[in-house]
Design a protein. Sequence first.
Lengths: 606, 143
Amino acid sequence: MSKARRQLNKNGKKNRLVKGSLVLSFTRFASSRVVRFFESGLASHLLKSADKVDQFAKEKISTPIFKKIELRKNFTVPMRNRFTSFLSTNTLYIRGNRLIQSLINTSLRSIGVFLLTFSIYSIAAFLIRRYITTALGEADITNLCVSAITLISGLLLTLFGEKSVLNALCSGKITGSLLSESLGVNDSVFDRLSKTPPKLSLGMSFLIGSIFGLLTLFVAPSKVLLALLSLGILIGVFNVPEFGLLLGAAMVSFASKEFIAGIALATVVSHFFKWLRLKRNLRFGSADVVMVIFTLMMFITNLASGQRVNGGEFDLLIFVLIYFAVKNLVYTQRLLSQCFSALRSGLFLGMALYILDQFKMYITFGQFRQAASYMTANIVETDILAMLIAAVVPLSLVSPLFLKDKKGFWFIVLAIISLVITDSPFFYFVLFSSIFVFIIFTYKAPIGGFIGALTIMTPVLFVVYNTSNSAEVSALVYKAFDGVLETQFFAKNFWEGLNLLSGPLVVFVFAVGVVILMQQIVSVICFAKNNSLSKVGGAISSSAVMTLVSMTLFNSFSDVRSVAFIFFILGLCGAVFKLYVVSEKNHIDASEKIVEVDCDGNPKEV
Amino acid sequence: MQKQKFKLNVLDVVIVVAVICSIAVIGFYDYISEIFSKPEIAPVTAVVVVNNDVQNQNEKIKIGEWIALDLGNNIKIQAVVVSLEEKEGRSQIGLSFNGYERMGRYYSELGVQIKWGEFYTLDINGELVSVKVDNLGISSENE
């Protein structure tokens, strides 16, 4: 019997077992009754009106206001047109653009020569410092190691680098899969340049390598390389704002808040410039208008109030602006899937680093322990990690089911390992709540989800975690991870924090925005004709629900990166609703297309 | 179904090599650091055994006396006698001179390696005596 047939039989057996189960069929029946009742009731009208709220706001509020101040629809287009035509004639912009194009079309061999030259200079700089006493200070061995690695890399690239930089980046197993699966770089960029042959500019590479190499006399080579890499990332973000958005999302759990804020700012600015150049949209629905008001109010009140956020008001403002970037930049299902992938892979790495952080004290080898400490220096605290995991679990569960991405399983495994390490009932609560909320929203199975949650979560929460037996069980864990459980889950929640920072009015405006967004996202689950979009909407809404739960349980302001995450998830809600509106419109358009008109102008069915 | 070929391009290879090199650097950082850092000059103690000890040499020299140790290739270093013992009928002389240790090896201040079990010539009051290095170490106290 073939392997495929055996698998088919196995699946069939499983399905028969599920279908034959009396308890499951009862819960299924009860759930479908509840959903039907809900959909035909008053709530349904409220949900159906989600897109009408937008329309109403447009017709009754924005259009009259625009008319009154004599602004027509799309009034920014002429201004943006002027800006685009200005740029198309601006010499500096054209030259800069040409430089970037030639940089990404340059051959890897040129990069190799650059690295070789750079490393030879930096090794020379090391030797000068090592053997001659100068005012430059003592030679650092780390500089030599970095130079040596650069030398080897440069040598490899010089010998075998025939492709262009962009070609190599996109076709590589590691870089290509990272860029196209998780970081939002789509094929359009590649198609534009792949046909032109890679350019080889050895003289220029040698010159630039010499200049940067000489710099290593004063600055460490690792810093020079890091600055060049940052410049590369910045150029990438300015060319593809989605790249910045997803890079920030992926690194939120383990990169420093300055880095995340920098990437977020670059993304927002890049998106703005793309909008000015008529390459991306910036549309405001009802929820967005509320969020704009919230952003302005929050910023003004934050500046005025004496309270200070852990991370600064400007970081907070940038993170709030992420909402608008996500809402407008995620405009296809592919980008949505890339968002899920970025969040999942980033948090996977974050969890791995978190586990490493807990184990690093047992690394006997000093250098590796130091390296582990360096890598885990910016890892989020346990409560914030629980919040991120709870929100990403639904996205990770939906990926293999509807987006044909089968890497979600390992995410769940690592999440459970993290749970075991923390041994925290609250971590357990949010993680498993997330799974059941996902079942409730995505499969429209409220009864099954609740019964499942009650039967599985309650005993563990109230029996295992509350008995002395549990203390014995977890004693080993306590011993091993002494001090890990020092969490402050009920210290102060997001709402209290926002109230302290900006006042109750701002909290109210934010709550209104969240309610509108939730109405929109739940309407996607209930009414989307595209099944996969409905399920994805379910996952996003469960993610948003878990984020809201976490915001109510934990103090997100303790780590300002979690605020960026909250607004990213809220932005995703808005993006999914926008995708739903577009798909519904397309659906209507498609159904209109098959209606032919006869000679009298009356429609006739095909 | 055709199996997809797992092929890495040069950039992937560079990334993998760089990661492996970084791990190796972290692992061997202490050694690398020892090789490339400036040596710290300290008093090296060498216990030498006089070869062909026909006559007891201990009577000819005194503790605290400076004597020349010929390392070959016309390189001589000045060492101070720190101990004098007799073992199995042979004279054991403890010498101390400026040098350094690197990767378990001992060098004179000029960078000439002094090896265990190697024969050197000692100039004791004008008399050249062949000695064999029996023990080497860094003196803990500055003399």
